[in-house]
Design a protein around this ligand. Structure first.
Ligand code: UDP
Ligand code: MG
Length: 322
């Protein structure tokens, strides 16, 4: 029988662990596969770990990987992918924004030969604030233009990965991870499934606008070196412009003689150029700091405790494994 693992990163999700487990279990039982659910607790400060422990006690197929502190969702997913043992692995949010029932369609696409099945949000309404919807709509075209890789608008990290794709992703040890981009980068037979994003079941989102902007920047920087390279073009254009400007002055002085004015244009040139210089330095800084993070090569994450993440084939409670 094929085995399916569901990886669920969870950070302060005490209100959702039981509900997401129940709904996911129902779907998995119906699919008739061997399954496990792996919660990755990402340093929750509420009772998430206790809730996972309770689920594991009731059904050992629900397991937990408890990280030593909050490493961020991207790293939590990486940890989950390494712990998941299924022939296919689903990654899903804990807050039921990714409806577990969609796994049925994912599974269908997978048995039909797809190796990566990406979930795509049908509408952005569930995203909350208007500013966030707008930013989300803006992000995908910008990413495509800069990274030269198309990320279908609305694709999120609700995904099913074949074992081949999971093994491929497990070879990445980037710290500044942009998992959505990696799902595209690895290639493989890819299918996209639209789903209706639901509203958060309980608790609050841990991504504020600032954290999201940071994340978008991480995504662009880790997939594009264009912001780094663009400065030679801008520099060349400005130099060319100033040479033409100098020529103009030379000819003008020959014809009309020297005059003193030109103070405003001087100030404008100085402020404009120092602005550009600082901006380009800032861009270099963004890349440099990420290079520094990667070069240190610290472990991606540390595990504090494993709750039942043993071999997958565990008998369901009170019965033998099929
Ligand atoms: N999450 C996580 N670590 C974090 C932040 C979030 O593992 O540092 C998990 C969270 O528990 C949820 C998923 O990532 O399962 C998506 O988070 P959230 O719902 O807060 O983000 P949003 O849906 O608002 O983008
Ligand atoms: Mg959410």
């Amino acid at each position: 029988m094929t085995t399916l693992s569901v990886v669920i990163p969870a950070f302060n999700e005490e209100a959702n662990v039981a509900a997401v487990t129940a709904r996911t279990r129902a779907v998995l039982e119906e699919l008739g596969v061997d399954w496990s659910i792996v919660f990755v607790d990402d340093g929750s400060r509420d009772r998430t770990v206790e809730r996972i422990r309770a689920e594991n006690a009731a059904d050992p197929r629900v397991q937990g990987l408890i990280l030593s502190r909050n490493f961020g969702k991207e790293i939590a997913i990486a940890a989950g992918l390494r712990a998941a043992k299924g022939d296919a692995v689903v990654v899903m949010d804990a807050d039921l924004q990714h409806p577990p029932e969609t796994i049925r369609t994912f599974h269908e696409a997978w048995t039909g030969g797809a190796e990566v099945v990406l979930g795509r949000r049908r509408v952005e309404d569930a995203l909350g604030s208007r500013r966030r919807q707008f930013a989300s709509r803006l992000f995908y075209p910008v990413f495509r233009a800069l990274a030269g890789m198309s990320l279908e608008p609305g694709t999120v990290d609700f995904v099913l990965l074949d074992r081949k794709a999971v093994d491929a992703l497990n070879r990445f040890d980037e710290r500044a991870r942009f998992t959505k981009g990696l799902f595209h980068w690895i290639g493989f037979q890819t299918a996209t499934i639209a789903f209706d994003c639901e509203v958060r079941h309980g608790g609050n989102s841990s991504f504020n606008f600032r954290r999201l902007s940071r994340f978008a920047l991480d995504g662009i920087i880790s997939f594009s070196s264009f912001p780094l390279r663009v400065w030679s073009g801008i520099g060349a254009a400005i130099s060319l412009g100033s040479i033409l400007y100098a020529l103009y002055f030379f000819v003008r002085t020959l014809i009309l003689g020297a005059d003193v004015p030109g103070f405003p244009s001087l100030i404008v040139a100085i402020t404009f150029l120092s602005g550009i210089q600082l901006l380009s330095l800032g861009v270099f800084g963004e890349y440099l700091s990420r290079i520094y993070e990667e070069v240190k090569a610290r472990p991606l994450y540390l595990v504090r405790e494993e709750i039942g993440t043993g071999p997958l084939k565990i008998a369901p409670p009170g019965g033998a494994a099929a």
